[in-house]
Design a protein around this ligand. Sequence first.
Ligand SMILES: N[C@@H](CCC(=O)N[C@@H](CS)C(=O)NCC(=O)O)C(=O)O
Length: 251
Amino acid sequence: MSRFLDLATSLAASAAEQGRGIATTAAGRQPKELLELYDIENCPFCRLVREAMTDLDLDVLVFPCPKNGVRYRPLVERLGGKQQFPFLFDPNTDTALYESADIIAYLYQTYGSKPAPRRWLVRSLRTAASMSASLLRSGLGLHARDATDPDQTLVLYSFEASPFARRVRETLCEMEIPYEIRQMGRTRLEDWMPPPLREQLRPDYHPEQRNRRQLLASAGRVAVPCLEDPNTGARLFESSSIIDYLHDQYS
Ligand SMILES: N[C@@H](CCC(=O)N[C@@H](CS)C(=O)NCC(=O)O)C(=O)O
């Protein structure tokens, strides 16, 4: 696929998400230990759960389970009895759940400061929208390909509907590389500005969201996606550079 088409379909998939997965509006309690999500990037039901996680500002350990995947699919079957995705495990409450609707309800109940926006709750609408996003990215982030397994978990600064972060998550999913998502949901007007423009117009940018603040403090800039690899010490911005890095390092 050409780079233009790749970005255009990723942008269209973000539009199909109808505004979900961009902002953080319902952040409440933070779990002590990271939630675990067994996920297929291009699964419409998994996408709905990840959208809720951005809205709730919940970081999560993602274990990719693409079709033909061999690393984490058997584990899901051992933990829950079948290979169905999404599958959530919350080590804080020892809760294991299938079914996106049940997972979303659990997350808002357990960690939210308020219920999910009402318009999200029309289940047929949100599922249809998420299926359109999957169709637009068909063939990507769905099937496993050969890759080596890093020793330490990679960290990805991402919010669900970022068209650029999506490309990176698709690659990580296909390579069955587990990673921690640090949520970068938008909470302020300035968070919406493209990073180069913001660096020009708002050199004194003070984000409010915790991971944005942390990234600014450690890297001196805030942009999504950002990948940190503790195995090599690499920190990369720009989806294309990150994807090239993942192929060079782990293919
Ligand atoms: N009703 C379930 C549907 C889940 C579902 O159908 N997931 C598909 C992936 S999109 C699945 O697990 N397929 C089996 C597989 O990939 O092996 C939900 O909302 O979570």
